[in-house]
Design a protein around this ligand. Sequence first.
Ligand code: DAH
Length: 340
Amino acid sequence: MQKIIEELSARVQADLAKVASSDTLAAFWQEYLSKNGKIPSLMKELRNVAAEERPAAGKIINSFKAQVAADYEAAAQRVKAAELAARNAAEAVDISLPAKTRPMGALHPITLVKNQIIDVFAGMGFSVYDGPEIEDDDHNFTRLNVPKNHPARDMQDTFYLTEELLLRTQTSNGQIRVMDSQRPPIKVLSPGRVFRSDSDATHSPMFHQMEGLVVDKGITLCDLQGMLDCLVQNLFGQDTRTRLRPSYFPFTEPSVEVDVSCFACGGKGCSLCKGTGWIEVLGGGVVNRKVLQNCNIDPDVYSGIAFGIGIERIAMLKYGINNMGLLFENDLRFLKQFQE
Ligand code: DAH
């Protein structure tokens, strides 16, 4: 028995030395220590040992088994540690390498300005109405107090689709649509694309406007100026002031052109404000009684104010853009400058 064990022990040691992975470790266990492995099988050999020597032989087998089991445990620890180290090395991250950059999208300057304006008015309780871009003559002109053959139609060079249908020239069509479907009090913004046959450095055949309309009891021009003060201070800085100049729009009476104090020079006069200290930014006024009547709102009970803002114009002023075409070319070198 002693001899068998010595031989087996030599093989065990040789195989143990070869154990280098979980697989060879498992094979080793299968070979020597599993239920039918070589070492438990030694017990069967005891049958061939003389009865008086059996207890001693049993003892030897047991202590051999205990030794191999301890060797196996040690090998298992070694393999586990080696495999962990190899895995750590393979998955190591070099945190000093530059990070992979992913291109990020950004909002278009028109969208930025539009959102900013909506934010300001949403704070005053306005909701947003999306009017149609293909509009009929009635909503774009007639009910806004611009009947057929009215000279004011010449103010806007219109793309007609048919005799009655056109591409809206102004978001003011939203005023009529809102007043048709809601009763005062009304506080609504209507942003969107408008179309006019016009094209140069400061005009594009398609551009964006933001219409505002308030109808309630006791609304006056003061309300308009107060709201617009709040808007321009948000857009151009806290020190910005507004100035109203008389103007003409068929749908407002009185009508005003709204200037802001020049945010580049603070009103002293510079090239941006052409030396005047003021920059024209939008049109507005008190809603013409006829427009209220056209929408079945009694002008003796209710009054309103309205305004129309050219979003491109605001974006160009705010960001110092000198050519409107840049806003529509989608040149990434231009657009990337507006990543916020
Ligand atoms: N619709 C006008 C335009 O396109 C802008 C405008 C002026 C809108 C006065 C208004 C307003 O609501 O009251 O030129």
